[in-house]
Design a protein around this ligand. Structure first.
Ligand code: FMN
Length: 212
């Protein structure tokens, strides 16, 4: 059982990473493997809406971690996406990364990378913008038939630097409880699968675009 995590900060060892590490420790205690991918600090392309992914089955831009991340996602049972808050929204680079990861995996068997799997976002800010950022992050899950996992508070914690992270007592509790809830859900899904309880087939997606 594996959880794939994404650090949406260019600061690979910062507060976001510290939050992911807290969750990774709980996952490890429960026998769940984790891998943390970082969006990194190099220039990262946004989705350009070229739709080439519908032919290729992957993003046309192959010079960063996005396509590799989707490949890892296919082998993963759950997801945690972590982002710092920038001007009351998630980091621009995690949005660029996830727009491309989710859009390019909509086609063929790509959707199986995320569909019907538990997911959670975690957000960190010095002070404000966490709820707005959390809302944005969670929208990837709803449209992808994913199971959004909650905790004892919205999944947010407060820190300017990673040294602050342990001082947010409730925030770190929220992260640990989130990891436990996700582990439980992944185990329920696995037990259900063993018992023949499989995810439902979705109806064909008739795209109506409101005007036609
Ligand atoms: C460009 C920029 C914008 C930021 N905007 C906010 C903000 O809107 N609200 C806030 O509380 N903190 C804001 N911060 C602080 C970061 O969210 C905070 O330092 C966080 O812990 C950084 O996480 P990291 O170490 O993983 O990069 C901002 C930081 C930067 C660099």
């Amino acid at each position: 059982m594996k959880v794939l995590m994404l650090n949406g900060s260019a600061n690979a060892g910062g507060s976001t990473r510290a939050g992911l590490d807290i969750m990774a420790k709980v996952f490890a205690e429960q026998g769940v493997e984790t891998e943390i991918v970082c969006v990194g600090g190099k220039p990262l392309r946004d989705c350009i809406g070229c739709n080439r992914c519908s032919e290729l089955g992957r993003c046309v831009f192959d010079d960063d971690a996005v396509n590799g991340f989707v490949g890892k996602a296919k082998e993963s049972d759950g997801f945690v996406f972590g982002t710092p808050v920038y001007y009351a929204h998630p980091s621009g680079r995690i949005l660029s990364f996830l727009d491309r990861a989710f859009f390019s995996s909509m086609w063929g068997d790509g959707a199986s990378a995320f569909r019907h799997k538990p997911a959670a976002s975690i957000v960190v800010a010095r002070r404000a913008g966490t709820s707005a950022s959390y809302d944005v992050m969670n929208k990837y899950f709803g449209i992808s038939q994913m199971l959004c996992v909650g905790s004892t508070y919205w999944n947010e914690f407060h820190a300017l630097t990673r040294e602050d992270v342990p001082r947010d007592i409730e925030g770190t509790q929220t992260l640990r409880n989130l990891a436990r809830n996700m582990t439980w859900l992944m185990k329920c899904i696995a037990a259900g699968r063993n018992d023949g309880i499989l995810p439902p087939e979705a109806e064909a997606n008739d795209m109506t675009n409101f005007v036609r």
